[in-house]
Design a protein around this ligand. Structure first.
Ligand code: HEM
Length: 369
């Protein structure tokens, strides 16, 4: 049976099966393959402030002001209130979360049956452009909506995720794109059985001049020095780089997007620490094919690792953290939650947030209890 057929038949069975009661248990059998599937066939601050002001002026706002240190301090939430006298509550954001969460699994014919991985990747690529030195980039302005950022090589395929998010935006036009995309990342992690990711709103919609230059996101063909340079620019240390890499328990590579092909784990729609476990337990060899250099597991040839994934166990400092996460899923979940919450807030001035303490959005399952 082909992988696609296997997925769709298990998926059909899953649709008739009762939903699992606990978040610790996967909700649908397709999320945990009991046997491995067959191998797949094989700028400056000034520019930003001017941009932010332009965004509000263009939007007919005029509610923006600059603080003494020059930061734009009105959030989307504050602007909204001034314009419409509507201040969204946590409950309103929970409604948005719920719509996203429901949409994630409405993906019978897509990849492994969930849009979760690609929605998480959108939130990460929207946030990971942050530069701690110039304080440019990050999730604040959702600049991937604009060319040329939308066309950057690293963002290939994310038009799928942006398109899905447009449907949610149409139902909640008051939410900013940065809040919507990061809330999507939160929903994706949580609904794929991951930990709670603390989150709060306040991002504002920027304009095309806020877009970041190409080259800020990692290049999968590179080594440890590149990872430290790229993630160091965002403000992350070795432990955080390794924890973030654990996201590759989810989803897959697509040769028509990145050039790479295949999933990292046998359960690409459930967050586990299997990415770390598999790095240590499997024998990884270079895949013989015409595509870019990637590794495959010697045993089943159905899993893959990017050169940058393998760095996580070949670099001495990274390896220490990877081993700890392979041995202890709870530790990985705790650190992953903290580092993803930090990632999604990159580039958002603290004063913009609607609340001093992040919220815990509820999963669909939690709301049924
Ligand atoms: C360490 C540096 C990283 C590199 C070099 C990297 C590279 C890649 C590449 C090449 C793909 C395949 C894209 C495709 O063909 O569709 C991918 C997918 C993915 N990445 Fe990463 N990534 C990195 C870090 C991260 C981080 C920090 C996260 C999230 C916190 C993340 C989440 C994902 C997810 C969920 C997918 C699957 C997307 C899908 O199934 O459509 N990655 N990554």
């Amino acid at each position: 049976m082909s992988f696609a057929l296997l997925r769709s038949s298990v998926r059909r069975a899953a649709l008739t099966a009762p939903r699992a009661a606990s978040r610790a248990t996967p909700r649908a059998p397709f999320r945990k393959f009991s046997t491995p599937p067959p191998a797949p066939k094989a700028k400056s601050n000034t520019g930003l402030i001017v941009g932010a002001l332009a965004a509000v002026v263009l939007g007919g706002g005029g509610y923006y002001y600059l603080s003494s240190n020059g930061d734009a301090v009105k959030s989307g939430v504050q602007i909204l209130k001034a314009k419409t006298n509507f201040t969204p509550s946590q409950e309103d954001y929970q409604k948005v979360y719920n719509k996203i969460a429901e949409m994630l699994d409405d993906a019978d014919d897509y990849d492994d049956g969930s849009y979760g991985p690609v929605i998480l990747r959108l939130a990460w690529h929207a946030s990971g452009t942050y530069d701690v030195e110039t304080k440019t980039g990050g999730s604040n302005y959702a600049t991937m909506r604009f060319e040329p950022e939308a066309l950057h090589g690293a963002n290939a395929g994310l038009d799928v995720a942006r398109g899905l998010m447009e449907k949610i935006k149409a139902q909640f036009p008051w939410i900013s794109y940065g809040d919507l995309w990061t809330l999507g990342g939160v929903a994706a992690v949580q609904e794929m059985d991951g930990p709670i990711i603390p989150w709060r709103p306040g991002r504002i919609d920027g304009v095309a001049t806020n877009a970041t230059p190409d080259g800020r996101l990692p290049d999968a063909t590179q080594g440890a020095a590149h990872l430290r340079a790229i993630f160091g620019r965002m403000g992350f240390n070795d432990q955080e780089i390794v924890a973030l890499s654990g996201a590759h328990a989810l989803g897959r590579c697509h040769s028509n997007r990145s050039g790479f092909e295949g999933p990292w784990t046998f359960s690409p729609t459930t967050l586990t620490n299997d990415y770390f476990k598999l790095l240590f337990t499997e024998s990884w060899v270079w895949k013989k094919w015409s595509g870019p250099k990637q590794l495959e597991d010697k045993k089943t040839k159905s899993l893959m690792m990017l050169p940058t994934d393998y760095v996580v166990i070949s670099d001495k400092s990274f390896k220490k953290f990877a081993k700890a996460y392979a041995d202890d899923k709870d530790l990985f979940f705790k650190d992953f939650s903290a580092v993803v919450a930090k990632l999604f807030e990159l580039g958002v001035p603290t004063q913009q947030f609607a609340t001093p303490e992040p919220w815990q959005m509820k999963t669909l399952d939690e709301q049924k209890k």
